[in-house]
Design a protein around this ligand. Structure first.
Ligand SMILES: N[C@@H](CCC(=O)N[C@@H](CS)C(=O)NCC(=O)O)C(=O)O
Length: 510
């Protein structure tokens, strides 16, 4: 009976939105010992009671449960992806604790998602336990969500709160994302003020609530961590310091995609621009068949790139995922590759590329110019990378010096790099670019024959590090007959790609 009361919620408002319902509820909270409000968006897919995954949203300083539901426009994407979205208030309210209402960045509207230890605050300012322990069962009891299928994201104070909730509860969330998180609160003025008040004067005690320290100890399943940060955010240098968290992730070998978005500020205009991408990121993580985790960091849309393998590493970006694999097979419509695979790939870690989409030109002369999309999957069939080529036919069908550009994306649709065919009439050369570098990171060098695909029985392409010219891989192209060669674009690209250990790494190992 006591449990039923603890779980009961009262409807405050309900509005139809993108075919679903945007609602607000209140309830008496066990953890923060006052009445709390939270928002719940129920997508059309779940309005008949069908259970769907749930995404928790944590807002920033000064917000209630209202700001996000009014300003971000997230409902369009939650409706499309079929995700329930829950957004709690940012602190307890109306407790008449001395000093509670004095500042916008402490007390009311500024709970910082910690469990306070200081006398004045410790009975009520328990937003961490509220979000991670009290709210989840309340939502599972009262709304159509799949138990245990949840992710978390947030903005600023809430962005950091989301990361801390995930770091302190390994495996509780399938993925985590943040907009402009207060990433190293022990070092910034917002964080120092709040932590002193809630946690006391000893900065050592703050480390338990600071993501930049916590990530060093993280030892759980993949976090699937995505962070967006505006480059023109006025709080970036003194309060947010996302780069500290990224560097800490690099040291701890915890993957993070950190995107510095050129020109954006700290406002909900920024959140509303990228909230669709975040919801899709979480939606992919709910799908067990997709690897949202990349072994490296960090894409940016602007000119800056952080890499988990050293801030100025030229081959940063997620193309490094290929280093985890020893070979890539391009799957063909007539699978003679099986025999080859058995022969050459026994015991190797492999990726398989499958062409996804064929459209536009069916005429043979245009087929190299048509749009296509190729999925690279690991041995468990989980997507690791995606290659896309936009349709750029026609008019050039008989030009030998065709300029082609293949875009490389992560499974969550972040652009990682590109592959371009250089304009050389005598031999085939492909250049592999990461996002921020103007120079290629690898070159793929074909034989000295433009039309080799029509006359060779087997061909080898070498993959070289562009700056050192060291060979780091091979593409073995096996001629498989005219009928089959005409079937896919994929087999024009390569049949079998071996990634050799780079000579430099071998040296290091010695
Ligand atoms: N200068 C702001 C600082 C607080 C702020 O920027 N809050 C962000 C989160 S850290 C926010 O979401 N504000 C509410 C809104 O924009 O609707 C203020 O005094 O309100």
């Amino acid at each position: 009976m006591a449990l039923a009361n603890a779980m009961s919620v009262s409807l405050v408002s309900s509005n139809v939105c993108f075919g679903g319902k945007q609602e607000v509820y209140s309830h008496e909270s066990r953890e923060v010992k006052c009445k709390m409000s939270f928002s719940v968006y129920i997508p059309p897919k779940a309005t008949d009671g069908t259970k769907v995954p749930v995404l928790y949203w944590l807002s920033g300083l000064t917000c209630t449960e209202q700001n996000f539901i009014i300003k971000s426009g997230f409902q369009r994407y939650a409706s499309e992806e079929g995700v329930v979205v829950v957004g709690p208030d940012t602190s307890p309210r109306g407790l008449h604790i001395d000093g509670e209402e004095d500042d916008y960045d402490f007390g009311t509207g500024a709970g910082f998602y910690v469990d306070a230890t200081q006398d004045k605050w410790k009975n009520n300012y328990r937003m961490f336990s509220y979000v991670t322990q009290e709210l989840i069962p309340i939502i599972e009891q009262n709304f159509p969500v799949i138990s245990g299928c949840q992710s978390i994201c947030g903005h600023s104070m809430g962005g950091h709160g989301a990361i801390v909730c995930a770091l302190k509860n390994p495996g509780l969330y399938k993925s985590v994302s943040a907009f402009s998180p207060i990433a190293n609160p022990s070092k910034g003025k917002w964080g120092q003020k709040a932590f002193t008040g809630y946690l006391g004067n000893d900065p050592k005690d703050w480390e338990e609530w600071d993501s930049t320290y916590l990530v060093q100890k993280y030892n759980g399943p993949p976090l699937n961590l995505l962070i967006d940060q505006g480059s023109d955010d006025t709080y970036l240098a003194e309060d947010l310091m996302g780069k500290n968290l990224v560097d800490s992730c690099a040291l701890a070998n915890v993957p993070v995609i950190y995107r510095l978005q050129e020109g954006y500020d700290h406002s909900f205009f920024f959140v509303s621009t990228f909230i669709g991408e975040h919801i899709r990121h979480h939606s992919k993580a709910f799908d067990e068949n997709v690897v949202t985790e990349q072994p490296i960091t960090a894409t940016t849309v602007g000119t800056t790139e952080f890499s988990l393998f050293g801030p100025s590493s030229a081959d940063g970006a997620s193309l490094d995922i290929l280093k985890n694999y020893e070979a890539l097979i391009v799957k063909q419509e007539v699978d003679i590759m099986g025999q080859m695979c058995d022969k050459y790939l026994n015991g190797k870690t492999i990726l398989t590329a499958t062409e996804e989409e064929e459209s536009c030109c069916s005429c043979n002369c245009c087929r190299r110019g048509r749009r296509f999309e190729m999925k690279l999957t690991d041995e468990k069939g989980r997507e690791v990378l995606r290659l896309k080529m936009k349709n750029h036919c026609c008019g050039q069908c008989f030009c030998f010096c065709r300029y082609e550009k293949l875009q490389v994306f992560s499974p969550t649709d972040s652009k990682i790099g590109s592959i371009e065919e250089s304009c050389n009439c005598f031999h085939k050369q492909l250049m592999v670019y990461s996002l921020s570098n103007s120079d290629p990171i690898y070159s793929v060098n074909g034989p000295n024959c433009q039309s080799c695909r029509c006359c060779c029985t087997g061909t080898t392409f070498s993959i070289n590090n562009y700056s050192t010219d060291e060979k780091c891989g091979t593409i073995a192209k096996k001629w498989s007959g005219l009928a089959k060669e005409a079937l896919t674009y994929a087999d024009n690209f390569c049949d079998l790609m071996y990634f050799e250990k780079s000579p430099k790494k071998d040296d290091d190992d010695d």
